[in-house]
Design a protein around this ligand. Sequence first.
Ligand code: MN3
Length: 214
Amino acid sequence: MQNLFIMPGQHRLPPLPYAYNALEPIIGAQTLQLHHNKHHMSYVDGLNKAELSMVEVRNNNEYAYIKYWENQLAFNGSGHILHSIYWTIMSPLGTGGQPRPETLKEISLYFGGFESFKQQFINATNAVQGSGWGILTWQPSWGHLEILQAEKHQNLTQWSGIPILVCDVWEHAYYLNYQNRRLEYINKWWELINWNEVERRLIMAKRGNVPLIL
Ligand code: MN3
């Protein structure tokens, strides 16, 4: 088992596993740079700030703003985790490969086939209301995969689910390249999926291990 303890306020932005222009032409360098260096960074900063503020809150026994800080923990913590996964489950065009055996097995068992899974994932992701995510999650409480939407980063989850494959459909993820054409972005993004990483994450999740994000 992992022996991990991140002190309050010590979260760090993980490096991208490729260059900012590596996902061209599907995701442009400017989009990727802003997304990683500005947007994701702001979630890391927001999470650190919330954790450190909660240390003060506890020390001072002053809970007037507890609702705000709890909201910040959920929003920024979930944003940090989902973006950290998002970078790793994409790969430069042409190197994403095909779905691997364990992934295909679990998808077939629950969704009745890969094409059914793909259609549900794409439709669910495209239909997210406002800013959010399409998420393939391993649900250890049921022993099967599930597709969920997330609004913002933290709403509409099933607790204990472990995200395996995530697609960011906040406008900042695609607007420079696709403007309002979210579905076109999702279909193109599909070609970037790093199936080896999806397989690795699924196998670890089934063992009860959540892969380290940093
Ligand atoms: Mn984003």
